[in-house]
Design a protein. Structure first.
Length: 199
């Protein structure tokens, strides 16, 4: 999905990496900063440490790592409209946990996301920031976030819902609540740390 190499700036190189395999020798200890995000749907058995260990081999001593994740462990459905009860959004949330996420097996254990700072510390990473950011603090951002999730839910309903008319109708009702101030949210966890050693 990369643009053709002729479109890349001179200081940019794009490649792919299997994060579950050892990092190639040519990449070890080469980076001052590594930023990873949104791996929660591929972390097996709720244990990100093998991935983190691979990532850390990319960093120079004293290098920085930032890991951002959507907190799938706690999807919630607030409303900016005090007269709206998000009944259908809540039911949609329960369906997401019950059907598509439970079908992921060990990947559906998301408890590690809120423990990412402690996991960093277990690898001797000095924590610079360990933040939990709520999207409903900014109504405009919450609306954009919900719109994005509703599109994703449409895909989930088509695939995991297996053409169920009932689930499609639930999604339509949930979308109606979103248009009137309901939200389908999850917080963002962002942890920044520094690898031991000096540059």
């Amino acid at each position: 999905m990369y643009p053709p190499p002729g479109c890349w700036p001179a200081n940019v190189d794009l490649d792919t990496l299997d994060i579950f395999k050892p990092v190639p020798e040519a990449l070890r200890g080469q980076y001052d900063v590594v930023h990873i995000r949104l791996l929660c749907l591929v972390i097996p058995n709720g244990d990100p440490t093998p991935v983190l260990d691979n990532i850390l081999t990319l960093l120079k001593p004293g290098g920085y790592i930032q890991w951002d994740e959507s907190d799938f462990s706690r999807i919630y459905c607030p409303s900016s409209n005090p007269e709206l009860v998000c009944t259908n959004l809540e039911e949609m949330r329960e369906w997401v946990y019950r059907v598509p996420l439970s079908g992921l097996g060990g990947v559906s254990n998301f408890k590690w996301i809120r423990e990412l700072g402690k996991i960093f510390q277990s690898r001797d990473i000095d924590i610079i920031e360990d933040g939990l950011f709520a999207h409903e603090d900014d109504p405009t951002y919450a609306y954009a976030w919900t719109t994005m999730h509703m599109m994703g839910l449409g895909e989930l309903v088509s695939v995991a819902g297996k053409g169920s008319k009932e689930v499609h109708e639930l999604l339509e009702r949930a979308a109606g609540e979103a248009r009137h101030g309901g939200s389908f949210n999850m917080n963002l966890v962002s942890v920044v740390g520094r690898k031991a050693g000096s540059v």
